[in-house]
Ligand binder design. Structure first.
Ligand code: HEM
Length: 361
């Protein structure tokens, strides 16, 4: 009869086979650690990592706990998008088909210092998160300039380095930025625009541009390269010249929105074959077909320190089915860099009361 009451006994492991098994585990751990180190750029200090991109922004602007590492000064806005259906033949995204899609947005200054005066830069930004009825989201961050100064993350990094303090003086080298532009002729369209750009008195009178290119994809799988812009419906000369003082943009927005909802038209520009879709420093020629995809309606504001936009990462690659990213290398770098900034700032949120006090001083 077979005895089933006690489990079968295994012969003891020999010392050699124990060492062999432990070595196997060590190899697996080393491979995993190596993979993390590779992704982190440990083996190649020259490689541009998201960490390096965010570190250089911190070097130039200081660390302001709880705040975004770029576009730090801003305000949250709440509203919705009303589709015109004009883009529905180009994209299956629900946002272009539904009557209404809720939006949480943010206006900001493109600077890493949350206390920067509003007239310190001639650029303003608008970021939006559309939440479709099917749960998919479209997040987009747009700037008021029509093109970006550079086309690659490496050039963006070098541009930041040119603005970094040098050890001898503790200040940026005044010759570094002109030298950067002299060796980056791709910046000419941006520099031509910036020559006449003035800090506006209002977020409300600005046009905001995706700058990067994306694809719309329709139900037949056809892909159309596009860039988009939010164009203010109400043009108003009062927005043209910035007043004295450093903090007028948020006050102006709160005042205007209290008087009634604010509107922008979503214009989607269709690329012609041959237009550059992987280089945000290059403008597209005039005369391209433009769709009026609908109207953004903003109804209220919230302070950024406790508003709904605070904990949103406006990663430009969070896209619904029907919109896809292009091969523009800035998009992947933005996605990874914003995640790094997001992780840093959200882990510091407990320090926000101190930041609030700092802001009031
Ligand atoms: C490699 C290039 C770039 C880097 C490293 C970079 C970096 C950053 C970082 C770190 C933030 C803060 C993210 C957060 O904490 O949530 C940010 C915000 C933003 N960036 Fe960029 N950026 C780049 C290119 C661009 C381009 C091409 C645009 C064009 C439209 C853009 C538009 C914006 C906007 C609108 C915001 C504000 C988003 C918000 O309000 O939360 N950026 N950027």
């Amino acid at each position: 009869m077979v005895d089933r009451s006690s489990p079968p006994t295994r012969p003891p492991l020999s010392a050699a086979s124990l060492v062999f098994r432990l070595a196997g585990i060590a190899v697996v751990v080393a491979v995993v650690a190596g993979a993390f180190a590779y992704v982190n750029g440990t083996f190649d200090p020259q490689r541009l990592t998201p960490k390096k991109l965010i570190n250089v922004l911190e070097t130039n602007n200081g660390v302001h706990p709880g705040f975004r590492r770029n576009h730090s000064k801003g305000v949250c806005v709440i509203g919705h998008f009303e589709s015109s259906s004009e883009a529905r033949n180009y994209s299956t995204a629900q946002v272009f088909n539904e009557e209404r899609t809720p939006v949480v947005g943010r206006f900001a200054l493109p600077a890493g210092n949350p206390y920067a005066p509003d007239n310190s830069v001639p650029i303003r930004s608008m970021a939006l998160r559309f939440t479709q009825a099917n749960g998919q989201q479209w997040r987009t961050g747009m700037n008021s300039m029509p093109v970006f100064p550079v086309g690659t993350p490496e050039a963006f990094y070098q541009f930041q380095q040119a603005q970094s303090p040098v050890p001898a003086t503790g200040k940026p080298d005044p010759a570094a930025v002109p030298a950067f532009f002299a060796s980056h002729p791709e910046a000419i369209p941006f520099l031509t625009w910036v020559k006449t750009a003035k800090p506006s008195a209002s977020y409300v009178t600005e046009t905001y541009n995706s700058v990067n290119a994306f694809y719309l994809v329709n139900s037949a799988g056809q892909r159309q390269a596009v860039r988009w812009s939010m164009v203010p419906v109400a043009q108003d000369a009062a927005g043209a010249t910035a007043p004295a003082g450093g903090d007028f943009l948020e006050k102006d927005l709160v005042q205007r929105i209290a008087a009634g909802p604010l509107r922008w038209q979503l214009n989607i520009t269709l690329a012609d074959p041959g237009d550059p879709v992987n280089d945000a420093s290059k403008p597209w020629p005039d005369g391209r077909k433009v769709l009026n995809a609908g109207t953004l309606v903003l109804e209220s504001t919230q302070p950024q320190l406790n508003g709904e936009c605070r904990d949103i990462n406006y990663d430009p690659l969070v896209l619904p089915a029907g919109i896809e990213g292009s091969d523009d290398p800035l998009l992947a770098a933005r996605s990874a860099g914003y995640a790094s900034s997001y992780l840093r700032r959200t882990s510091e949120v407990s320090q926000l009361p101190a930041a609030k006090q700092e802001a009031q001083q």
